[in-house]
Design a protein around this ligand. Structure first.
Ligand SMILES: Cc1cc2nc3c(=O)[nH]c(=O)nc-3n(C[C@H](O)[C@H](O)[C@H](O)COP(=O)(O)OP(=O)(O)OC[C@H]3O[C@@H](n4cnc5c(N)ncnc54)[C@H](O)[C@@H]3O)c2cc1C
Ligand SMILES: *[C@@H]1O[C@H](CO)[C@@H](O)[C@H](O)[C@H]1NC(C)=O
Ligand SMILES: *[C@@H]1O[C@H](CO)[C@@H](O)[C@H](O)[C@H]1NC(C)=O
Ligand SMILES: *[C@@H]1O[C@H](CO)[C@@H](O)[C@H](O)[C@H]1NC(C)=O
Ligand SMILES: *[C@@H]1O[C@H](CO)[C@@H](O)[C@H](O)[C@H]1NC(C)=O
Ligand SMILES: *[C@@H]1O[C@H](CO)[C@@H](O)[C@H](O)[C@H]1NC(C)=O
Ligand SMILES: *[C@@H]1O[C@H](CO)[C@@H](O)[C@H](O)[C@H]1NC(C)=O
Ligand SMILES: *[C@@H]1O[C@H](CO)[C@@H](O)[C@H](O)[C@H]1NC(C)=O
Length: 588
């Protein structure tokens, strides 16, 4: 009811505003002189966009047969897209409008029109003020990793944060406006910092940070969405590590947000999602003294279609709460009906692989203790099916620091292709439900594309107490009882509309739906969720939604920032590549 009233108020006050965001060719669109003067205020850091793939298209003014091959090669890596002002790692977020392939169509329709290549908080403010004043659609690109398309948008001005550089290290930290110092190691990183460089720089100082599996993910989207890691069961979410952020709010103010000032924003920015409440220009996060790290990759396999496969997996993951209690976390992958020519597996099999981790804090945490714990669980899971499964728990490897595992096991990531993913967060209740129910849900969710189960929830009994700064955040409330984050992905070939629609429908209505039914009261991880998630407001943010919406309205009453699926985005819709107000209210 509260939401409904708030929205009525917003709609009433908004009815005098233009129906759509300003686009070129309309009277309100800034003149060339105004763009030039913006560029001058930005010391020349304004980019007029031409699609990066255009160099491969003879019809385009930027056609360049000399540079095209490098663009085609780079396109296949995530790192290349993160260095481009407008490219997204997944092609669908630029709507496949200009792939680096002369046989494909090419237009700028799926890209922003202008980019602020920001190097300072002042540049960000200048861009935000310009977009607000001229009512231009405003978006934010850190790296372009986003699985929901929130960092791309047509007919927009984009703030690109990649060139906001700078890292500094602190032996203790006093947030602005606080009278006491927090006695932890801390790192201040500018918004352009990627997790790989942050990890490495921390490692060089015998420090370890909470970071995910991808080196090119940036601090902006990762922290604002929550940020899970194999160290989350030990230290909490990445957002739980934040001591302070510097942000530019949509009203153009540069603010330090922390537990002592701007507490509402501090709460919202840690889990409320990117490009919604403002633009992060730098973050200060806690770092931890490094520690031994133990890891192994264990497998289960059986002949394809073995009716016991999903029951065995269900039994296995019913032991995840017990592994969590021993301090063990995991990234695990279920892939039914696969062959592996590299491993000489030419007959299809149903396979499970888990990378298990034991951040070691006590002398009793040894390679043998990890192997023993896993062996027991694998044996228990498979006991009912003698002779049907192959399983392997190889001797774990001990690394002197987490980063050494990370460096040796995380190669450069791929880019390109059309993909979306879906998510559901599972707690002890769902993991320990009866085997038949769990197996049925997992099978429906993962029998075709396969699924990933990440044992990375902060709901466990790890050896460290997680301090929730400022009394907590959105993310600490949503992930409170979570043990496993489930991810399912679907792909389709570019320009194959039928397959695209079929895959999207299967993801939303079949695969994720099976997990929704298993865990109806549970949530999804906003950074790795289905962009078409029904009722996304409740699914991503639960009971926090009203408070998040009120904060959005307070700092961004005219919707300078807009994205989907994001807090407070009701009342707008993209129609023919233009962001417009929806005339008659909206559904929640
Ligand atoms: C290969 C891969 C592996 C991943 N692994 C993990 C993992 O292990 N753990 C995990 O938690 N997540 C993981 N993710 C998901 C990741 O957290 C999200 O994709 C996240 O949104 C990336 O943030 P970004 O800033 O790098 O990307 P972007 O696409 O640039 O931005 C994502 C969102 O954040 C906004 N944003 C970016 N910068 C800022 C800023 N400075 N201020 C305000 N808003 C900003 C964007 O507008 C957009 O809404 C992975 C993603 C990929 C593609
Ligand atoms: C902004 O100025 C720089 C330096 O003068 C120039 O290279 C760039 O093309 C300009 N950008 C736009 C959009 O005109
Ligand atoms: C963005 O700005 C940085 C810092 O000035 C500069 O090195 C880089 O070349 C610029 N990128 C583009 C695409 O203009
Ligand atoms: C790094 O920190 C760990 C944990 O405190 C300590 O055991 C180790 O000796 C340190 N290593 C270096 C090189 O300082
Ligand atoms: C297994 O994969 C093969 C080859 O991709 C396919 O023909 C077959 O239908 C699949 N079987 C099942 C049960 O999915
Ligand atoms: C696969 O088989 C080939 C030929 O028998 C052999 O040379 C290769 O080492 C095998 N690979 C693995 C991973 O077992
Ligand atoms: C790791 O150490 C903790 C004590 O700090 C202990 O409770 C736990 O059982 C150990 N886990 C393993 C797998 O060794
Ligand atoms: C994507 O492109 C198709 C044409 O290929 C167009 O019909 C559609 O409107 C575009 N959608 C968006 C969101 O840009």
């Amino acid at each position: 009811m509260l939401v409904y009233l708030l929205s009525l108020l917003t709609l009433t006050s908004a009815s005098f505003l233009p129906k759509c965001k300003t686009i070129p060719g309309t009277e309100a669109w800034p003149s060339e002189d105004q763009w030039t003067s913006l560029n001058t205020s930005l010391s020349g850091h304004l980019i007029k966009v031409s699609p990066p793939g255009a160099v491969c298209h003879p019809s385009q003014s930027t056609f360049n047969p000399t540079t095209c091959p490098a663009v085609q090669a780079g396109w296949k890596t995530s790192a290349w897209h993160t260095e481009d002002p407008v490219s997204s790692i997944q092609d669908n977020w630029n709507n496949d409008t200009c792939l680096p392939d002369s046989n494909a169509p090419c237009s700028g329709a799926g890209y922003p029109l202008y980019v602020v290549n920001a190097t300072s908080a002042m540049d960000v403010k200048t861009g935000v003020d310009f977009a607000r004043k001229h009512d231009i659609r405003l978006i934010v690109k850190g790296t372009g990793h986003d699985y929901l398309g929130r960092s791309s948008g047509s007919n927009s001005l984009s703030i690109w944060t990649r060139h906001m550089r700078g890292l500094s290290f602190h032996n203790s930290f006093r947030p602005r406006g606080c009278s006491t110092t927090i006695n932890v190691h801390a790192i201040t990183a500018a918004a352009g910092t990627q997790m790989g460089e942050l990890n490495e720089q921390a490692y060089l100082r015998n420090l370890t940070i909470v970071s995910g599996g991808a080196e090119t993910v940036g601090v902006g989207g990762y922290l604002s969405g929550g940020g899970h890691s194999i160290l989350t069961p030990t230290f909490g979410m990445a957002a739980d590590q934040v001591l302070e952020m510097e942000v530019v709010t949509p009203d153009g103010r540069i603010r330090k947000i922390n537990e002592c000032q701007n507490r509402d924003l501090f709460w919202a920015f840690r889990g409320g999602g990117g490009s919604t409440f403002g633009i992060i220009t730098s973050v200060t996060i806690q770092a931890h003294l490094s520690f031994r790290h133990i890891s192994t990759t264990a497998y289960i396999a059986t002949s394809a279609g073995n009716p016991n496969f999903w029951s065995a997996i269900a039994k296995l993951i019913s032991h995840f709460p017990a592994l969590d209690a021993l301090g063990i976390s995991a990234y695990t992958f279920i892939r039914p009906n696969v062959t592996s020519p590299e491993m000489n597996i030419t007959e299809p099999i149903d396979a499970y692989a888990g990378i298990f981790h034991l951040p070691a804090f006590s002398p009793e945490n040894t390679t043998e203790s990890l192997r023993e714990a896993l062996t027991v669980v694998f044996e228990k899971a498979l006991a009912a099916y003698p002779g049907e499964f192959l399983s392997l728990v190889p001797p774990p490897v001990e690394y002197s620091q987490f980063w050494e595992w990370w460096r040796d096991n995380n190669g450069p990531l791929n880019g390109g292709g059309d993909v979306i993913v879906g998510s559901r967060l599972l707690g002890k209740k769902e993991l320990m439900t009866d085997t038949a129910t769990l197996a049925k849900a997992l099978k429906a969710a993962g029998a075709v594309p396969g699924l990933d189960l990440y044992l990375v929830g902060p709901g466990g009994n790890g050896p460290r107490k997680v301090v929730r700064r400022g009394g907590g955040s959105v993310v600490s409330s949503i992930w409170k009882d979570v043990l496993v984050h489930t991810v399912i992905g679907v792909t389709w070939p570019a320009f194959d509309k039928d397959t695209e629609l079929r895959q999207k429908s299967l993801l939303t209505n079949k695969y994720v739906e099976a997990l929704r039914q298993l865990a109806p009261d549970s949530h999804a991880y906003v950074n790795e969720a289905d962009p078409n998630e029904p009722n996304f407001q409740r699914t991503f943010w639960g009971d926090n939604y009203e408070r998040l919406l009120a904060i959005k309205r307070k700092y961004d009453p005219t919707d300078v920032l807009w994205c989907h699926p994001c807090v407070g985005n009701e009342g707008w819709k993209v129609v023919d590549n233009v962001l417009c107000r929806v005339p008659h209210g909206f559904e929640l």
